[in-house]
Ligand binder design. Structure first.
Ligand code: AMP
Length: 173
């Protein structure tokens, strides 16, 4: 499947979850066998020889991508979760929302010494979530090799917030 065929399986939902946002609904793409296969292949393509040991997925939609990517790379997965979900000692990183802040958490011992980490999420928008995820991974001793996004909303300049990082996005708008 080429990129425009993949894009055709993503549905734009205007004014969700609030007015002014065009939500990218990836569920039809994930439900398509050939589409899902192409997505997972495309996301891992630059990292196949990178010796990735764990794929860190951001809750919630990063969880739909990380396991299949990890299985193909021969890696494990680490869930980067919303506040209060993990049962043991955690480390958190906060990021700004339109109103207030939110945070993501990982177990303090989530990344084994020397682990080589690939971060994944469905959408790179303003970059706040990814910047927090990267700071969390690095604070816990993970060695971030790169970040993979199914969709990059380039007009929001999220890439700028992740300056100097190895960023791979499959579909750009
Ligand atoms: P940001 O922190 O602004 O880069 O936002 C990224 C996070 O918000 C990702 O975890 C996405 O799942 C979600 N997100 C932001 N904008 C959209 C959008 N237009 N459609 C779907 N998800 C989005």
């Amino acid at each position: 499947m080429n990129m425009s065929e993949l894009k055709a399986l993503i549905k734009d939902v205007p004014d969700f979850p609030k007015k002014g946002i065009i939500f990218k609904d990836i569920t039809p793409l994930l439900a398509d066998p050939k589409g899902f296969d192409a997505v997972i292949d495309g996301l891992i393509a630059p990292f196949k020889q990178a010796g990735i040991t764990v794929v860190a997925g951001v809750e919630s939609r990063g969880f739909l991508l990380a396991p299949a990517m990890a299985a193909r790379l021969g890696a494990g997965i680490v869930p980067l979760r919303k506040k209060g979900k993990l049962p043991r000692k955690v480390h958190s990183a906060s990021y700004d929302l339109e109103y207030g802040t939110d945070s993501i958490e990982a177990h303090a011992d989530a990344f084994a010494k020397g682990s080589k980490v690939l971060l994944v999420d469905d959408v790179l928008a303003t970059g706040g979530t990814a910047a927090a995820a990267i700071s969390l991974i690095e604070a816990l001793g993970g060695n971030l090799v790169g970040s993979a996004f199914l969709i990059e909303l380039s007009f929001l300049n999220g890439r700028k917030k992740l300056d100097g990082r190895n960023i791979h996005s499959l579909l750009t708008y």
